[in-house]
Write a new protein. Sequence first.
Length: 216
Amino acid sequence: MMNSNASHANHHSFILTVSMAFDRFVAIRNPLHYASILTHSIIGKIGIAVLTRAICVVFPVPFLIKRLPFCHSNVLSHSYCLHQDAMRLACASTRINSLYGLIIVIFTLGLDALIILFSYVLILKTVLGIASRAERLKALNTCLSHICAVLLFYVPLIGVTMIHRFGKHLSPVVHVLMANIYLLLPPVLNPVVYSVKTKQIRRRIIRVFQRRKNRT
């Protein structure tokens, strides 16, 4: 009940960006040992860790909300069930819910952001150690799609947080619009970002459009 299923997908896509940061670091730092470091076993363990963390984060929330009595308006400011919105409608103390939400933000999004930042500090250190300018640009180019994916998550997240915190006087339409942008933009555009940077996928997309153009 913390968010809709699609909102949880945003959280999972951000976990994916953390994994991609590690992937890019290994690919640039140890390209010859990439296959031996990121084996199928390691990838499987990462997947299990992601699933376990997602369950641990989401599972307690419905029970925290269910224990609260509700006697106010049932109109939410977002187009999906946001934990903060539901707490506002409660007629009892929501201190436990607020504390849980703060802990989750610190130990998930905050920790993930630090891991991504640390990964890119190491990546930049490695890239700057490359003698050839062309090779440096090529190495940085491999990270471009991942950087775009991170920005696609963070920019809408910061926007919806600012609106939720400081835009209480704004029209409800603004709240709904920002909530929907945060909900839909990252999962919709992430595949586009990665496909544009992948030559094989890009060629297939161009062929599909060329075939449709020829048919018309």
